[in-house]
Design a protein around this ligand. Sequence first.
Ligand code: NAD
Ligand code: DAU
Length: 337
Amino acid sequence: MVEVLVTGGAGFIGSNFVRHALASRPDWRVTTLDKLTYAGRRENLHDVMDNPRHEFVHGDIADAGVSHPLVERSTFVVHFAAETHVDRSILAAGDFIRTDVEGTFVLLEAARRAGNLQRFVQISTDEVYGSVPTGASRETDELKPRNPYAASKAGADRLAYSYWATYGLPVIVTRASNNYGPYQFPEKVIPLFVTNAIDDIPVPLYGDGRNVRDWLHVDDHCRAIDLLIDKATDGEVYNIGGGNDVMNVDLTHRILKELGKPTSLIEPVADRPGHDRRYCLDTTKLRGLGWAPQVPFEDGLRQTVDWYRRNDWWWRPIKENDPAFKAYYKAQYDTRG
Ligand code: NAD
Ligand code: DAU
C-alpha cells in the first residue's frame, strides 16, 4: 500500500480530496491529520471514517511530536491544512502565521529529515499573485499578496519551494482559484449566500459587487492534484483554475435565481479592506499535462446549491447552534452597516 498523508483532510477541499483518493486510488492508504479548528469537522468525512484504508488523526501540523512520525511513514504528503478565510485574517492574523507558515515549516522539516518522501504537494492559492487587473497570472509571475491570509500562504509557498531548491525535497506547489462545492464552511461566499437565502436572510455583498473570482469545482481541483502527483516535475508550480471568471454581483444573482429568491435579499455592505479586485489564472501548464476542468459552472453551481438545500443537517448546527460562528458573524458583519 502507498501511504499518503493528507493534512487538513477534515476541511472543505481536504475532505473532498480524501473521498476522491479513496475512490480512485485502491492502492492508497490515507491518513488525515487535522486539528479540527472551527473549519474542520468529522462530519465532512462521515462516509469514510470507517473505511479500512483511512485513518483519522486529530492533531496540529505544528506539533512535531504528532506530525513527524506521520510524515516519516508517508510516500506522498498533500498539505491542505491552513487557516483559510481572508476576512478572519483581517480581524486577527496570528493563527494564519502559526499554521500556514510555521506549521508548513514543521512538515517540511519532517520531510527533509525522513528523506524517503516521493512528493510533497504544497497547496497554495491564486491569492499569492495579488489583484490582477487584466490578463491572467502565470506561474512565473511576481507574487504580490495583499492580505494577511494571502501573505501567509505566499510565505509557505516559497518556503516549500526553498526546500526543493536547497535540500532537493520533491516539492511541487499548486495555486488554485476559488473552489466551490459540498462541505464548504458557510463563511465563504457561496455557502454563506446559499444558506442565508434559503432562510430569507439578506446576503451581504461587499463594496460595488464587481470583484471577479475564477470559480473551480472542488472535484476538478481534486482531479488536478491526483494527476500532478503522478505527472508533475519537482520544484515546479502549477496553476489550477476553473476558467469561470464571474463578478460577485452576477454570482449572487445566479444563486438567488437558482433558489427562486428575490434580489431584494441583496444587501450592499462596506467593502473588505484591501479587497483584491480580480483573480485570473493561466492554466496552460497544467492543461499541457492532460487536465481540463470537467464541471461546467452552470451545472456545478446548480448541484452545489442543491447540495446545501438537501443537507441542512450539515450547516444548520453551525449557523444556528454554534456560539463561535454567531460571534464571528456579528464581529464580521455588524460593523459593515
Ligand atoms: P478549510 O478552512 O475548509 O479547511 C482547513 C482545514 O485545515 C480544516 O479542517 C482545519 O481544521 C485544518 N487545520 C487548520 N489548522 C490546522 C493545524 N494547525 N493543524 C492541522 N489541521 C489544521 O480550507 P479549504 O478551503 O479546504 O482550503 C484547503 C487548502 O486549500 C488551504 O491550504 C487553502 O489555502 C487552499 N486553497 C483554498 C481555496 C478555496 O477556494 N477554498 C483555493 C485555493 C487554495
Ligand atoms: O482565490 C482563492 C481563495 O478563495 C482561497 O485561497 C481562500 O482560502 C478562499 O477563502 C477564497 O478566498 P476569497 O476571499 O476569494 O473567498 P470568499 O468566499 O471569502 O469571497 C469571495 C468573494 O466574495 C470576494 O470577492 C469577497 C466576496 N464576499 C465574501 C463574503 C464572505 C462578499 O461579497 N460578501 C461576503 O459576505
